[in-house]
Design a protein around this ligand. Structure first.
Ligand SMILES: [Zn+2]
Length: 335
């Protein structure tokens, strides 16, 4: 990923002038006040209380149990020393909060903005962060949600459908200068399943769906006692047979003649529309991250509905998952 020009949102045009311009000084003062409010000092956030409440029994580097408490950081976070590998560590070592530049407090606001369908551009403006910080933090969320959909099992009335999403302009394949028609290589096929409580959305590949891909996508995620509600897409047949599902199948040609309100597949159509809107909010995103965006969408739209409860789930995951993401690994920093 390219490193974008990173103008700090802390700057004002009057930082180096000793001008007595009252209006300019007033704007500067208010702006900086707000910036400080959005970027509290770690010591003032009481973040250390959360971090120090985490029970630590082993070394974050070598897993040795031969550790001891070893004073505090300047932000009052408990430090530990490992007698085995002779290194110091804290509760954030080895997690996405390691060497974090923005506080856990700021992360709460960041997550709420994302859950409210904010783009990274907008989110960075609202939180007075650089765009890179927002992208960096979004990718931290992505790594936490990598396996979010793995354990989702849809049950009861289960709707499934396929939706298609275009590759980015540069990747469009043409045949003698003309764009390929229909469900070509230029479209990603996304399998979507929904049971009214939870949702799954998985990239099946490019082009048309196949029986094999349908089974691979939905097979593990549908309870065998469910009733499958779907259109007459051929590739669904083997899935129904394999899981011996009860089914309600609709002819897509006839469905097209119905008013949206009368359409029995409305719940799944609605989800597909929302997914498209969500992806379009992050327009121009790297398609290699398509599955990550879908994981995030599914997390946002599955139970629990309450956004603060979702923040809590992610914060818990972040503090307990041993995984880090380095800024320089995400961005190609020139020189
Ligand atoms: Zn160790």
């Amino acid at each position: 990923m390219k490193n974008r020009i990173d103008n700090s949102r802390k700057k004002t045009p009057w930082d180096n002038s000793n001008d007595e311009d009252i209006i300019a000084n007033f704007i500067k003062e208010k702006y900086v006040e707000n910036y400080k409010y959005k970027h509290p000092k770690l010591i003032d956030t009481k973040e250390s209380e959360i971090l120090n409440s985490i029970i630590i029994n082993e070394c974050r580097y070598c897993n040795s149990k031969n550790i001891k408490k070893n004073g505090f950081t300047k932000n009052k976070v408990q430090k530990y020393y490992c007698n085995n590998c002779k290194r110091n560590f804290t509760a954030t070592t080895g997690t996405i909060f390691e060497n974090h530049k923005i506080s856990i407090t700021e992360w709460i606001e960041f997550l709420l903005d994302i859950f409210n369908y904010g783009s990274t551009t907008l989110t960075s403006k609202v939180n007075k962060n650089s765009i890179n910080t927002s992208i960096f933090w979004l990718h931290k969320v992505f790594i936490l949600l990598k396996h979010w959909q793995d354990s989702i099992l849809l049950s009861g009335d289960v709707y499934i459908d396929e939706m298609f999403y275009k590759v980015i302009k540069e990747d469009i394949k043409t045949n003698e200068g003309k764009q390929l028609r229909g469900l070509s290589e230029n479209q990603y096929c996304i399998g979507v399943g929904y049971d009214g409580k939870n949702i799954i959305a998985l990239v099946e590949g490019t082009g048309k769906p196949s029986s094999a891909k349908t089974k691979e996508t939905f097979g593990k995620h549908i309870d065998y006692r469910s009733r499958l509600i779907h259109d007459d897409e051929k590739s669904h047949r083997e899935l129904v047979k394999d899981l011996a599902l009860e089914e309600e199948r609709y002819n897509s040609f006839l469905l097209k003649k119905l008013d949206d309100k009368e359409n029995p597949l409305r719940p799944i159509n609605h989800q597909c529309d929302l997914i498209r809107q969500f992806l379009n909010t992050h327009s121009g995103f790297n398609r290699e991250d398509l599955q990550d965006y879908l994981n995030l969408y599914c997390f946002m739209n599955s139970n629990p509905k309450n956004k603060l409860k979702k923040v809590k789930i992610l914060l818990n995951l972040a503090l307990t998952t041993k995984i880090t993401l380095k800024y320089r690994d995400l961005f190609e920093i020139k020189n």
